[in-house]
Design a protein around this ligand. Structure first.
Ligand code: HEM
Length: 637
């Protein structure tokens, strides 16, 4: 073995260039590494190794041709640069570790090669053949190292893992294990898999989320990505396409319809203007109940009639009068009931789109028939409007029909959009509001002290010689707390309306593929013991002044309480829902004392899962009048 060549003083220009580059990059890399926990140790180790190695070797190499030195230093420089770039990307820690090990071993490897004479051969080579072999070798080594680094970089781009979830059967996935009460299945799976899990149902991937931080990632950080819908076969038919607000994808037409809905149709001024229509229906309900004082009445049924009448009055005003109006309403009710049932039915066509053409359960066919009936009812109202040119009625239908003639593309609607928006009000607004009235009354019958307190508040604010008006509602703080507590324990849509991802996204560190259906389990969040004290107790006081949840509202700002959702898809009907539910409840409790029928000892709170989660058994109770004047119970058309 020949001894190492002696040092020949100062470094060449090439060394200097390497040294400047090296120092510049090392400084930058150090800075970057210092910002990442636990990385600086390795990097500093590597840089000092490489620096000392480069100094030692540059002394040894000074005897050899500058090409060799250039090649070697350039190679080191490239490795270092590639290593640095690799480190800049978020490479999984295991890969980083491998890369560190490899780079750390470079000086040792080279010393080994030197000792075995390989480098000496390289340095000593003088003839052309050796030089060519040496250059080929350098190129090969360089290529191998680049290949290794590119492999590491490629692996670093491995997608985050998919959320945990139960295994299903081949083809059908978890479908056979779903209970009709989806909420129950989701709660059981949450106990096993945590706040985010996936379920494969046929070809569909469901993601279920049930913690406020994950909800925030969805409805705040990535709201647009998750603002799509994946409507079922039945809901597509029901929403004419879909061409409505509830089932259309996020996009220009959806934004336009929603804007018209929120800022025009449900604006405070328009709701104030249509108050007389709602008020009439509430008075009619009180008069009807008075007729049955002392008898057992079905509260859900009464609320349904009052709310359906007030919603349909707002939708097509008073253009359908007397017997025509009564006939339409009588026809509408069973149609609506079947409509809701079909919407809630699990449909094979939704889980296996290839089978949709066969409509194996006949849900599509039945939904088409029901939708036609609804369309016929809406058409008959539209025809009346067309007959009564300039009749001055500016209810929802009149207003929307005007927009079909608008030249402004930002406001113009097609007739199909008008019909589907009317259906949104009827479908979205009716069952939800009726259900909340029924649950609130059920809870108050179970908690007579709460009912007493609401009635005391009503007596104080409204007085026993007046009827409740919408103007009183803002002062009824305790009743509002009762409504909030009911929405917390019995949200009508406990899983909201499923959202759908328009592109791949990451939530909670897990990969959510494009087209996944995402369920936000708000009911689980609203009864989470880590977020709520005594979460299963009905305690409206928790929302009253001075209590922990005093400031918690349902406008999507507090992610522990989301009965109407949050983000772009939040329910646009809150202003109308608030007025309707509060007015009906306040009137029922102000006008009557309520007691359980003879022989009934407790109120059963069992649930029936559907599009809306209702009471399984109808709520029945006995009313007795409590107002001072008979006039307050009278009603005339
Ligand atoms: C107590 C009564 C109500 C409750 C609890 C309720 C709840 C909800 C919920 C949870 C959503 C889904 C939000 C989401 O996907 O993130 C929703 C959507 C919707 N609600 Fe309501 N709602 C009520 C009343 C109303 C009323 C009165 C109307 C109509 C006047 C209405 C119209 C709609 C519409 C059109 C959507 C679809 C919004 C969209 O997809 O952009 N809702 N509602």
């Amino acid at each position: 073995m020949t001894s190492p060549p002696p040092s020949r003083g100062p470094h060449t220009a090439c060394d200097a260039r390497f040294s400047i580059n090296y120092r510049r990059r090392a400084a930058a890399a150090n800075q970057s590494f210092l910002s990442g926990p636990g990385r600086n140790r390795k990097f500093n180790g590597f840089s000092s190794d490489l620096a000392s190695f480069s100094t030692v070797q540059s002394n040894h190499f000074s005897e050899t041709s500058s090409i060799v030195k250039f090649n070697y230093l350039d190679l080191a420089n490239h490795i270092h640069f590639a290593y640095f770039s690799a480190s800049e990307q978020s490479i999984p820690s295991q890969l980083i570790e491998h890369l560190h090990q490899f780079v750390d071993s470079l000086p040792t490897l080279t010393t080994m090669l030197y000792k075995t004479g390989a480098i000496q051969w390289w340095l000593d080579s003088r003839n052309k053949t050796d030089e060519a072999s040496r250059n080929i070798l350098i190129t090969l080594v360089f290529l191998v190292i680049l290949w290794f680094i590119s492999l590491v970089l490629k692996q670093s781009r491995v997608q985050p893992s998919s959320p945990p979830g139960p295994r299903g059967l081949p083809l059908v996935g978890y479908l056979p294990f779903l209970s009709p009460n989806l909420y129950r299945t989701f709660s059981e799976l949450r106990n096993v898999y945590g706040s985010i899990f996936k379920i494969q149902i046929g070809t569909k991937l469901w993601i279920v989320i049930s913690s406020p931080p994950l909800v925030a990632e969805l409805v705040r950080d990535q709201d647009v990505t998750f603002a799509n819908r994946d409507p079922t076969v039945a809901s597509k038919i029901a929403s004419f396409g879909p061409s409505d607000i509830a089932f259309s994808n996020y996009g220009h037409e959806w934004r336009k319809m929603r804007k018209i809905f929120v800022s025009e149709m449900l604006s405070n001024s328009r709701l104030d203007a249509s108050y007389c229509l709602r008020k009439q229906q509430v008075h009619k309900m009180i008069a009807d109940i008075y007729e049955k004082a002392g008898e057992v009445v079905d509260i859900g049924e009464l609320a349904f009639v009052a709310i359906m009448n007030s919603v349909t009055s707002m939708v097509w005003g008073q253009i359908l009068k007397g017997s025509k109006d009564a006939a339409v309403k009588a026809e509408f009710r069973p149609v609506l009931q079947e409509f809701m049932q079909l919407l809630a039915m699990p449909n094979i066509s939704d889980f296996f789109p290839l089978l949709a053409g066969f409509d194996l359960q006949g849900i599509g066919r039945r939904m088409k028939a029901i939708s036609l009936q609804c369309e016929r009812i809406i058409d008959s109202a539209i025809n009346h409007y067309n007959d009564l040119e300039n009749n001055g009625q500016i209810d929802f239908l009149g207003y929307l029909l005007q927009l079909t003639k608008s030249d402004d593309p930002a406001m113009s609607l097609t007739i199909v959009q008008v019909k589907s928006m009317l259906m949104d009000i009827v479908i979205g607004g009716m069952d939800t509001s009726v259900t909340i009235v029924e649950w609130a009354m059920a809870e108050m019958l179970r908690h007579p002290k709460v009912m007493e307190e609401v009635q005391e508040e009503l007596a104080k604010i409204v007085g026993l010689n007046s009827s409740v008006e919408e103007a009183h509602l803002s002062e009824l703080k305790y009743l509002k707390a009762v409504v909030k507590e009911t929405l917390r324990l019995h949200p009508p849509l406990p899983l909201l309306v499923p959202h759908c991802s328009s592109k791949p996204a990451t939530v909670g560190g897990y990969m959510i593929p494009k087209g996944s259906q995402v369920f936000l389990n708000v009911r689980a969040i609203q009864t989470d013991p880590q977020l709520w004290e005594s979460p299963l107790e009905f305690q409206p006081e928790r929302f009253m002044r001075g209590s922990s949840a005093e400031a918690v509202d349902y406008w999507g700002n507090h992610l522990q309480f989301l009965p109407f959702g949050s983000g772009r898809r939040i329910c646009p009907g809150i202003p109308l829902a608030e007025r309707t539910v509060m007015h009906v409840l306040a009137s029922l409790l102000h006008a009557f004392e309520w007691s359980l029928p003879h022989g009934v000892e407790f109120v059963d709170l069992s649930e029936k899962f559907g599009v809306v989660v209702k009471k399984e058994k109808p709520l029945v109770a006995v009313p007795s009048p409590r107002l001072s004047s008979l006039k307050l119970y009278s009603y005339s058309d």
